[in-house]
Design a protein around this ligand. Structure first.
Ligand code: PEP
Ligand code: MN
Length: 343
């Protein structure tokens, strides 16, 4: 059930609808929009009778939702969500660039990358302190010490920190030191972790699972939002296919598909999406061209020495080139998408 309020509904009329929803034993999710507030109802097993709401003051419509997802949907919020991440935003007119090494290794490595990322004009810095590695013998990340280095990066460069958490303790720590909690591909359907992330008040960067369908991906985001955290950013990072020329197959068609069904921002990760240095910039260009709201890019001051994902890391100068190219594509799109066309 979705309650659409009239454009001029007052705060107390919205409050009254929330009260009625809660009295029925359900959860209310009020989502203010540009023109009107909509209130999503969750927690109901069967359908809810619209008669409970139709005659309340300020209510324009009570709509039954037939799809399995509610809060991520455009019915709830027709305009795109712009998510605040630290001091910047993702989903607005500006292309969001999140860049940095795969893993936090040393202070020098992180600071050299951060200096380049800040200089490029990007607002977000990435770097994993908890690494989900295929082999238990591979470098697992520096843990809390790594997060402290990332917090120093924010202090020194003003960059907003995006970093992965793999479990509940990790979420608590990233909440303390970072600006955005990344949930990695391998945890996209870790439902208890998604619920836990939904209880935090930091934005969540949710990466698509290695073989997740569009619906599975969207429902994973719904898990987070159903707990009350509406600040979710979706990330396409490649899926597993028969193709073996790339680490994963970047499924760029998911970007317009997500934009069709959800108001959440969508970014793409051509680093994990391809696994090869030489493919990262071309696929970053493609991601921006297809309408992504941002990019997440791995860059390392010395890729051949990287402890993790060196083969896909860009050098600093390659990274600067990438930023120049994608900004050009983004501004070309702005012209064709938003400029009034005279006929
Ligand atoms: C990462 O961003 O470092 C990472 C491990 O990503 P993914 O979960 O997409 O593999
Ligand atoms: Mn990586």
């Amino acid at each position: 059930m979705l309650i659409v309020m009239k454009p001029d509904a007052s705060a107390s009329e919205i409050e009254r609808v929330v009260e009625v929803i809660e009295t029925l034993g359900f959860r209310a999710h009020a989502m203010p929009g540009e023109n009107r507030t909509a209130i999503g109802v969750t927690g109901n097993r069967g359908s809810v009778d619209p008669a409970h709401f139709e005659n309340l003051p300020g209510v324009a419509d009570a709509i039954r939702v037939t799809k399995p997802y509610k809060l991520i949907s455009k019915e709830l919020r027709p305009e795109k969500s712009i998510i605040k991440v630290g001091s910047a935003t993702i989903g607005g007119p500006e292309l969001a660039i999140i860049a940095g090494p795969c893993a936090v290794e040393t202070v020098d490595q992180v600071f050299a990358a951060a200096e380049a990322v800040a200089k490029s004009g990007a607002k977000f810095f990435r770097g994993g302190a908890f690494k989900p590695r295929t082999s238990p013998y591979a470098f697992q990340g520096k843990g809390e010490d790594g997060l402290k280095i990332l917090a120093d990066v924010r202090d020194q460069f003003g960059l907003n920190i995006v970093t992965e958490a793999m479990d509940e303790r990790g979420i608590d720590l990233v909440e303390k030191y970072g600006d955005c909690i990344q949930i990695g591909a391998r945890n996209m359907q870790n439902f208890s972790l998604l619920k836990y992330a939904g209880k935090t008040r930091k934005p969540i960067l949710l990466k698509r699972g290695l073989s997740a369908t569009l619906d599975e991906f969207m429902l994973a985001a719904e898990y987070i939002m159903a707990e009350g955290n509406y600040d979710v950013i979706l990330c396409e990072r490649g899926i597993r296919t028969f193709a073996d020329h790339a680490r994963n197959t970047m499924d760029l068609s998911v970007v317009p598909a997500l934009h069709r069904y959800t108001h959440l921002p969508v970014i793409v990760d051509p680093s994990h999406g391809t696994g090869h240095n030489y493919m990262v910039t071309p696929l970053a260009r493609a991601g921006v061209a297809v309408g992504a709201d941002g990019l997440i890019i791995e860059v390392h001051p010395c890729p051949e020495e990287a402890l993790c994902d060196g083969a896909q890391a860009l050098t600093i100068s390659q990274y600067f080139d990438l930023v120049t190219q994608v900004e050009q594509i983004r501004s070309a799109l702005k012209v064709s998408q938003y400029a009034p066309v005279s006929v």
